[in-house]
Write a protein of this length. Structure first.
Length: 216
């Protein structure tokens, strides 16, 4: 089969048709993921209209079967990701800085989710909300504001097998926090690729240690 595929691609390349085939495959992939629907509606949803996190499809595919109903999650920035995670884990708590968005989302979440509004003051209560409860979290999702300080506080509240997920990790403004995690013995696993709604690529990164709840 590999030999046949190799021959086919060589023929396509010879007749300058390989790019067209690649484009067709890309379009089919985006259609299967529901990207066109998400782009048109400006919502992070799948092909059936169900909410999904606004991060790379490759990350979503990787993590969705590794989550369990034993996990507690904390999230900086709420939205469709909150709804998606809530269906797959024991509990999720989110902190949100946008009051209008908070008011819109708070009545849409399931019973195992909690959303807290905190005014955005850098190094203030927003980034410290993760510290307010005694519990620790198996996964902390960094996808809101004041991300560097959110990371510094989050490492204190991870379970022994806990992981941090950092979205938009390709942006240099977050290098300080990402370097901090790696200096504190977290390994890094990048998921580059297409995201819902937007036409550009993005990177969602998992930071983990040897014994972790995702089985990496």
């Amino acid at each position: 089969m590999k030999i046949i595929k190799s021959i086919v691609w060589k023929l396509l390349n010879t007749f300058k048709l390989d790019a067209i085939v690649e484009l067709a495959l890309k379009v089919n992939f985006l259609n299967q993921k529901g990207w066109f629907k998400s782009y048109n509606l400006k919502q992070s949803i799948d092909k059936n209209g169900n909410p999904i996190p606004w991060c790379t499809y490759s990350f979503i595919s990787f993590i969705e079967n590794r989550l369990s109903k034993k996990m507690d999650i904390f999230e900086f920035g709420c939205g469709n990701s909150t709804k998606w995670f809530a269906k797959k884990v024991k509990s999720i708590k989110s902190v949100e800085h946008d009051k209008i968005w908070f008011e819109k989302i708070k009545n849409q979440i399931p019973t195992n989710a909690v959303i807290i509004y905190k005014e955005l003051i850098y190094k203030g209560d927003y980034s410290k909300e993760v510290l307010t409860e005694k519990k620790k979290y198996h996964l902390i999702f960094i996808d809101g504001r004041d991300r560097n300080n959110s990371v510094y506080n989050s490492v204190k509240k991870l379970t022994l097998d806990g992981v941090i997920v950092f979205d938009n990790s390709q942006l240099t403004e977050y290098d300080e926090a990402l370097n901090f995690l790696q200096k504190n013995n977290f390994k890094r696993l990048d998921f580059w690729g297409q995201i819902p709604i937007a036409a550009h690529e993005n990177c969602t990164t998992i930071f983990y240690k040897t014994k972790n709840c995702l089985g990496i």
